[in-house]
Design a protein around this ligand. Structure first.
Ligand code: CP
Ligand code: NVA
Length: 296
């Protein structure tokens, strides 16, 4: 049985199967094809402890378009929110549904769920990783700029949070270099294997093929908002920073975006075609992940 709990340790060949399925799903959307029946007769639970727009909707639509039925469970509205153990919730789910997509805080909870539910389990974001997002972003970069191997991706902002943590793992898998421009307290957890860190956002952005950012205040970090907004103030993707990257550099944002914080309103609007294509690709890539996970 397969799970997608993290990118750490994933082989490029496996990731390429997912991206291949995603490409076909995008091309064949609305047509009858093998992917459109891959979840026939299956019920998939979406168990979310944190807010979500893109991940929730893309999985709900993907599951339906693949012949399955999604059931969305806000953790606050099931007994999990009142203290029922993850392992007990998992044992129940495993007897009733065919797969689970989980968004929560602790990575250990997703791993425990997979262990006890014994059904394919997908990490839809934890504090450690956001693997579905980054697989989708690789898809977007290659769709718009060709093979990612050898390219320079600059991540600007909170390089210690889930999205860049998955990017760090992806750099190893796909062979691109990742330059993080981040304050010391928010530097990447790992460097080496193509991953570098500098406190200077302009140095990170210099000559980059892709500029990427995420929110300064991740879900669960709201109490630190005031401190974070001060520390991250020099780490905004704006016109000045974009000028340091390659002329045809792509600007990406996993979204939601906070204009005037991690990205200027001007750049967000100027680059909205690419950024919202990036969001759309979440749907196609979720289908790739689902098809891969249920395939033998
Ligand atoms: N990028 C992303 O995961 O968005 P949501 O939080 O809206 O799912
Ligand atoms: N780092 C952000 C990603 C949101 C998709 C968060 O965890 O809130």
């Amino acid at each position: 049985m397969k799970h997608l709990l993290k990118l750490e340790g994933m082989k490029e060949a496996e990731a390429r199967i997912i991206l291949g399925f995603a490409q076909a799903a995008k091309k064949n959307r609305g047509r009858k094809c093998s992917a459109s029946e891959a979840l026939a007769g299956q019920i998939w639970a979406l168990i979310f402890t944190k807010a979500s727009t893109r991940t929730r909707v893309s999985f709900e639509v993907a599951i339906r378009e693949m012949g399955g039925v999604p059931t969305f469970l806000s953790a606050a509205e099931i007994q999990l929110g009142r203290g029922e153990l993850v392992r007990d919730t998992a044992r129940v789910m495993g007897r009733m549904v065919h797969g689970a997509v989980i968004r929560t805080f602790a990575q250990a909870d997703v791993a425990e769920f997979a262990e006890f539910a014994k059904i394919p389990t997908i990490n839809a974001l934890t504090d450690d990783e956001h693997p579905c997002q980054i697989l989708s972003d690789i898809f977007t970069i290659e769709e718009k700029r060709g093979a990612i191997r050898g390219k320079k991706i600059a991540f600007i902002g909170d390089a210690a949070c889930n999205v860049p943590r998955s990017l760090v793992e992806a750099a190893k898998i796909f062979g691109f270099s990742l330059a993080c421009g981040a304050p010391k307290e928010f530097r990447p957890a790992k460097t080496g294997d193509g991953v570098s860190w500098t406190e200077d956002p302009e140095e990170a952005a210099s000559g980059a093929d892709v500029l990427y950012t995420d929110v300064w205040v991740s879900m669960g970090k709201e109490a630190e908002a005031e401190m974070r907004e001060k520390v991250f103030a020099p780490y905004q993707i704006n016109q000045k920073l974009v000028a340091k990257a390659k002329k045809d550099a792509l600007v990406l944002h996993c979204l939601p975006a906070y204009r005037g914080k991690e990205i200027s309103a001007q750049i967000l609007e100027e680059r909205s075609q690419d950024i919202f294509d990036q969001a759309e690709n979440r749907l196609h890539t979720q289908k790739g992940i689902l098809e891969w996970i249920v395939s033998k």
